[in-house]
Design a protein around this ligand. Structure first.
Ligand code: PBG
Ligand code: ZN
Length: 323
């Protein structure tokens, strides 16, 4: 006797009946790049069909996203001027602060998550403040908290620190609470690897480091023991949601983390993952829609609750409000 596992795959109806991994566009977050300036809608060369928008060109895009049923946005800012300490990141009239206010006023239904980091704003492109040509952890975390507070004051619903300094979640939580923002969640990029999959993003955000790399603060993908401590530290410091990043090549980590922690786990399917799929699709080598959906289910199957993906808009179009 052998076991006939094919029995429950024998028709579309039975496959629909037994499938047990769910997917919905409610769980997607769509990243948007907002650039200081006027009349900009510029396609990002290395990320086909993703754009940098100036504020005055955002309305059309936001209307479309809203009509498509996209509910959550992750905002990245590209300032006109960069300096040593990334002043644009915490300026009251900085690009993210102004954009957040604009979206909150004109499109109040979006959930606004802001990326909290310095690399788009510093002249040297590192995610923190330099001291003797090295990124100083303890100086940086005061700035990171200040950036987070300025985003929340502008109306951000969730802040997402991506700098990978130690102790930043505690600093942010303390500062937000001191200012009575007890109910604003922190979505921490807790498990973020130093990865070449961020290449296209650094084009998009003009944020590549001018010297060295990010290996002293982002994680080394040659380890399989150090990720839990990152998650635990952040949860103890007050993170409400944790992110694993990149996505697809790191599903082993997502699986482990999502079965071990009791808070929501987001996966960030990053720029390089998007661009690789797009490039193959443009060449007609793969079926884009089918590959993208297979990837989405793979991430859900590994245990991700939330998926941050540049494909969100396409997915919403394909599903056409069906899910
Ligand atoms: C900023 C930041 C990066 C990404 C998100 N936030 C780039 C980096 O760390 O170099 C990558 C996103 C992507 O590749 O899609 N710290
Ligand atoms: Zn950064």
């Amino acid at each position: 006797m052998f076991n006939r596992t094919r029995r429950i795959r024998s028709s579309s109806a039975i496959r629909e009946l037994v499938k047990n991994v769910s997917f919905s566009i409610n769980e997607l977050v769509y990243p948007i790049f907002i650039e200081e300036g006027e009349n900009i809608k510029e396609e990002i060369c290395s990320m086909p069909n993703q754009f940098r928008f100036s504020l005055d060109r955002l309305e059309e895009e936001l209307t479309e996203l809203s009509d498509l049923g996209i509910k959550s946005l992750l905002l990245f800012g590209i300032p006109k001027i960069k300096d040593e300490i990334g002043s644009g990141a915490f300026a009251e009239n900085g690009i993210i602060q102004v954009a957040t206010k604009y979206i909150k006023t004109n499109f109040p239904n979006f959930l606004i998550i802001t990326d909290v980091c310095m690399c788009e704003y510093t002249s040297h492109g590192h995610c923190g403040i330099l001291e003797n040509c090295e990124v100083s952890n303890d100086i940086t975390i005061d700035y990171i908290a200040k950036i987070a507070l300025s985003h929340v004051q502008a109306g951000a619903d969730i802040v997402a620190p991506s700098d990978m300094m130690d102790g930043r979640i505690l600093k942010i939580r303390e500062l937000l609470d001191k200012n009575n923002y007890f109910n604003v969640p922190i979505m921490s990029y807790s498990i973020k690897y130093s990865s070449s999959y961020y290449g296209p993003f650094r084009d998009a955000a003009d944020s590549a480091p001018s010297f060295g790399d990010r290996k002293t603060y982002q994680m080394d993908f040659r380890n399989n023991k150090d990720y839990m401590i990152e998650a635990i530290n952040d949860i103890q410091e007050g993170a409400d949601i944790i992110i694993v990043k990149p996505g697809l090549p790191y599903l082993d980590i997502v699986k482990q983390v999502s079965t071990s922690v009791n808070i929501p786990v987001a996966i960030y399917s990053v720029s390089g993952e998007y661009s690789m799929v797009k490039a193959a699709a443009i060449n007609g080598w793969i079926d884009e829609q089918k590959i993208v959906m297979e990837n989405m289910y793979a991430m859900k199957r590994a245990g991700a609750n939330i998926i941050i993906t540049y494909h969100a808009k396409d997915i919403a179009k394909w599903l056409g409000g069906k899910l």
